[in-house]
Design a protein around this ligand. Structure first.
Ligand code: IMP
Ligand code: MG
Length: 180
């Protein structure tokens, strides 16, 4: 990508240890329960796939796609579900798997929608959290790590559909040609 620099934020080893820690906590808390993981596409696909491999309990997996209009580094705050869950969640425990919490609007929208289906509980597991950017009240029940107000890519997370494949996590900064 011309005009942008990728700066390392979390290595593969750091991510693996965060994910292992989350998987241990979740396995402990949901032992003996009927847990459905609801992964928010597309950003959380890599996080989900690593997380489930470290769980010591059986789970079901489903996916939603929640689009907020806008591209690049800005979203408009308008949210729409373009792919719904397919597994029944009534009387089951739901854990939403999210890559990164920003304004909190995506999760607020999804939690409200899933609540209409009468699950036993709905909690949130997020890999990253930009707490400084919050516009609505939203807390992850399981959080990997809080990050500064940076634009993040890699490990499933994109910038205009690029960089999802990177195994590490980076933050993007514009290259100031005047200073180089
Ligand atoms: P929210 O609804 O504002 O909390 O935004 C959450 C969604 O915006 C996440 O699921 C991400 O897909 C996307 N997002 C938020 N911050 C970043 C970022 O730094 N890089 C890439 N995508 C982001
Ligand atoms: Mg995204």
């Amino acid at each position: 990508m011309e005009g942008y620099r990728l700066n390392p934020l979390l290595s593969q080893e750091q991510i693996a240890s965060i994910v292992q820690g989350l998987a241990n906590q979740i396995s402990k808390d949901y032992t003996g329960r009927e847990l459905v993981l609801v992964c928010i596409l597309k950003g959380a696909f890599m996080f989900l796939s690593d997380l489930i491999r470290h769980l010591q309990i059986p789970v079901q997996v489903d996916f939603v796609r929640v689009a907020s209009y806008g591209s690049g580094m800005k979203t408009s705050g308008k949210t729409e579900m373009t792919k719904d869950i397919e597994i029944p969640i009534e009387k089951k425990d739901v854990l939403i798997i999210e890559d990164i919490i920003d304004s909190g609007r995506t999760l607020q929208f999804l939690k409200d929608r899933l609540a209409l289906l009468n699950p036993c509980s709905i909690k949130v597991c997020a890999l990253l959290d930009k707490k400084a950017r919050r516009e609505v009240e939203m807390e992850a029940d399981y959080l990997g790590i809080e990050v500064d107000d940076l634009f993040i890519v890699g490990y499933g997370i994109d910038f205009n559909e690029k960089f999802r494949h990177l195994p590490e996590i980076y933050y993007v900064t514009p290259i100031d040609h005047a200073k180089e």
